[in-house]
Design a protein around this ligand. Structure first.
Ligand SMILES: Cc1cc2nc3c(=O)[nH]c(=O)nc-3n(C[C@H](O)[C@H](O)[C@H](O)COP(=O)(O)OP(=O)(O)OC[C@H]3O[C@@H](n4cnc5c(N)ncnc54)[C@H](O)[C@@H]3O)c2cc1C
Length: 338
């Protein structure tokens, strides 16, 4: 079994994990990021199939805080993000939780270029990120954390003084175990699922509406991907509501895909156009119904730190700020071994 040491280990190469890793590396810590997927992004990943590309998780991001606005300005100068001004239609009754800026039409929606993981790809290029490395076991030792990882058919061990976890709360709880002080808060935080349908067509569809919030039936959202900069091909992403997703999560996915396609085709009056490519993705832990307002969680005595959107008001902005706040606290912590 190979072994590797660093000051800090970060589990997860999504917004929270890479924000923390980047800030800690900038502060002079040696950092290794472990990610079970094949690339960065987590719930803001971009998937490609042939000429089609799909942001099948987060669709766009907004910036309500000055810190995130500043970050977005810098990424915009680097060509990694761009405003997305596609009109968004609303089917059904408009929910009352939309923000004032959104109501007044002054909200800027940002997207990554050429995919929503563009910023994370750029960040990960200057970090030490190990993909297809799934953390399966943790052990606290006298020198720090010993972490066991499944990497293909091999097992590897990583050692670090401090451990940052950005996996969904239930999974983080399972990794840490019942005796850990953070177990309860993690274990008591459910996340709702989203079924996401990706559809690729050979020909452009003559439709007036390209993006919509849907407040009736099984769908909650759909978007023609080529309305975003840098995306080619006639590719669509459809999201189901949390309730519908929960009911269909473990049902045959072909039947779920047909039901979502039909709901979308009926709403837009699509007749006869069938997708050449169709694939469902199950986001089992898509979002929190009751996100915390705590920035991040920490148990500095055991050198465990937890970040993620659900600790900090949800969404991309919340995840990014959660990772940054955690990194700042860790660098100042008198308990930190890093
Ligand atoms: C369908 C959907 C639509 C959304 N739409 C929007 C939107 O329009 N705007 C918006 O702002 N936000 C949106 N969001 C929310 C947004 O995607 C999240 O807030 C953000 O991506 C969360 O980032 P994170 O770093 O906290 O978590 P994640 O992105 O979930 O990152 C956690 C990472 O940890 C990895 N991981 C987990 N367990 C392990 C393990 N054991 N070992 C190694 N790695 C592990 C995962 O693979 C993942 O990459 C949406 C989310 C979904 C699912």
């Amino acid at each position: 079994m190979t072994k590797e040491h660093s000051d800090v280990l970060v589990v997860g190469a999504g917004w929270a994990g890479l924000a923390a890793a980047d800030a800690l590396q900038g502060a002079g810590r040696s950092v290794v990021v472990l990610e079970k997927a094949r690339g960065p992004g987590g719930r803001s990943a971009t998937r490609r199939h042939g000429d089609w590309s799909f942001d099948h998780g987060a669709q766009y991001f907004t910036a309500y805080t000055e810190d995130f606005q500043l970050a977005i300005r810098q990424w915009s100068e680097q060509g990694l993000v761009s405003p997305w001004a596609e009109p968004i239609h609303v089917f059904g009754q408009r929910p009352n939780h939309i923000s004032r800026a959104e109501r007044e039409g002054s909200l800027t929606r940002w997207v990554g270029v050429p995919g929503n993981n563009a910023v994370l790809k750029a960040l990960s290029d200057r970090l030490s990120v190990r993909y297809q490395h799934k953390l399966t076991e943790l052990r606290s030792t006298n020198e720090g954390w010993r972490v066991e990882v499944e990497a293909g058919d091999q097992r590897q061990a990583f050692y670090a003084g401090d451990l940052i976890i950005t996996a969904p709360p239930a999974q983080a709880a399972e990794l840490l175990g019942e005796a850990h002080p953070l177990f309860e808060v993690l274990n008591d935080h459910p996340m709702t699922p989203t079924l996401a349908l990706m559809m690729g067509f050979d020909q452009p569809l003559a439709l007036d509406v390209s993006a919509a919030f849907v407040n009736e039936g099984p769908l909650s959202w759909f978007c023609r991907q080529s309305t975003k900069p840098g995306r080619d091909g006639e590719a669509w992403v459809l999201h189901a509501t949390p309730e519908w997703s929960q009911a269909w999560l473990d049902q045959p996915q072909d039947a779920a895909a047909s039901a979502l396609y039909r709901a979308w085709a009926e709403l837009l009056g699509v007749i006869g156009s069938q997708p050449t490519f169709i694939q469902m993705h199950r986001w089992r832990y898509a979002q929190s119904d009751s996100p915390l307002d705590r920035g991040f969680l920490a148990d500095p005595r055991s050198h465990v730190w937890v970040a993620g959107d659900w600790c900090n008001g949800n969404r991309v902005e919340g995840a990014w700020l959660s990772g940054r706040a955690l990194a700042e606290a860790l660098t100042k912590s008198s308990f930190s071994r890093a």
